[in-house]
Design a protein around this ligand. Sequence first.
Ligand code: KIV
Ligand code: ZN
Length: 521
Amino acid sequence: MSNSSSKSDSIIIFDTTLRDGEQSPGASMTLDEKVRIARALERMHVDVIEAGFPIASQGDFESVQAVANTIKDSTVCGLARALDKDIQRAGEALKNANAGRIHTFIATSPIHMKQKLRMEPDQVIEQAVKAVRLARQFTDDVEFSPEDAGRSDLDFLCRVLDAVIDAGATTVNIPDTVGYNLPDQFGKLIYSLREKVSNSDKAIFSVHCHNDLGLAVANSLSAVMNGARQVECTINGLGERAGNASLEEVVMAVRTRKDLFTANVNHIDSTQIINCSRLVSGITGFAVQPNKAIVGANAFAHESGIHQDGVLKNRETYEIMRAEDVGLTTNRMVLGKHSGRNAFKTRLAELGVEFKSEDELNTAFSSFKDLADKKHEIYDDDLQALVTEANLETENERLRLVSMKVCSETGEKPNAELTLMFDGKEVVAHSTGGGPVDAVFKALESVINSGTELLLYSVNNITSGTDAQGEVTVRLERGGRIVNGQGADTDIVIASAKAYINALNKIMEPGERAHPQAADV
Ligand code: KIV
Ligand code: ZN
């Protein structure tokens, strides 16, 4: 086969925020949150949305099913180990998808085969082929990944790929599971595989790079230059350990350097990037670092005098991309105190938020009015936070904040008094603390005694100005299980209480789910 590709090639953007992204400790999302993110990805015209690992738990199954039932314009994918039970479960979850894909995988590196799978190479090939054949009984769109391909033997990889393509895999994905490869090496790997696998022209070559050495995007781009036509990535680069290749960086690199790529991402609506980025960070509580490429708060801020001068004279002096191309300027002030219910509903619909009932709309609208009383200008980010906040109040939450009073005075120990509903009963909790937030957390712990360790407490302003809402993230750990809690309010002490309560509600829920890359259960 030939390693050349035509000028009109487009790169399939496969987003795995809802699957690999969710594997980041504490990044778990509810069904409604996953559907919201999936809708935002669909609006961006992402080709494939990996919605989850259906066999992990009943909740994961239902989330993949809900995404499959909602999304019409993107392919919805479910992950399955190369095991009958996983594939059947994925097939079932995707039953009603407009376009559904099963992504099945098994490890192929010597260390994974020997230590994790305890299987011989020939057994691995046999199981991979069997998995692909079974998956083809549910859908014609089957992806196969040789896990840890980046550390696998080239000849063995060729044998595996040859066999799975023969068995009906339509996409073969090459993961650098542990983020070990360097760009030149990874590009050559893709080139060699396309050259050596006899039936490589029958499948699309995809890549899935992790960021342990900070090279996930560079490796993905090098793979594209060597013929890969699908890139697996996540919003904000969320994902296991150091994360996955960041979708926004891959898309904007290919767009900005179209002079160097023979393939394109013209079908992706890059103006949706900021909206998606903020949605994902708001929902997961994984804040975006200010200097993060494309979506960081400073990415388009040309702060220093010399740069500003250059930009004012001619923007191309220092800008290689336009802020509006990633959707920055669409994040304008949209609503205020006098905006009506209709304007509120319409703007949220534009942001992809649909209300399930009139009651839900009325509750959200009344929170909006409360916020507008405290803050004149309501931006899209405020609206997103408001909806995220409403979604945090799940039906089965055991702990709820009714009201709180906190005193902070020079020379005195701050103290907090919280009125809570816990398991349907009203409880009043008091505590003093080193600061007002500490007093609030101690008061909550005096009721719950969660036995958790606080791993992270962070506050970010959602928009600018002293009347901005503060968005607080709290990360708690107990017995190896990590949860993130979020809360937003114009008062950051109240936002902190909400975030801690959200995290406590999550840790109190039963949370058993299988991890796809652990040895079989
Ligand atoms: O990193 C990895 O190898 C994966 C596979 C399941 C594709 O996430
Ligand atoms: Zn991965």
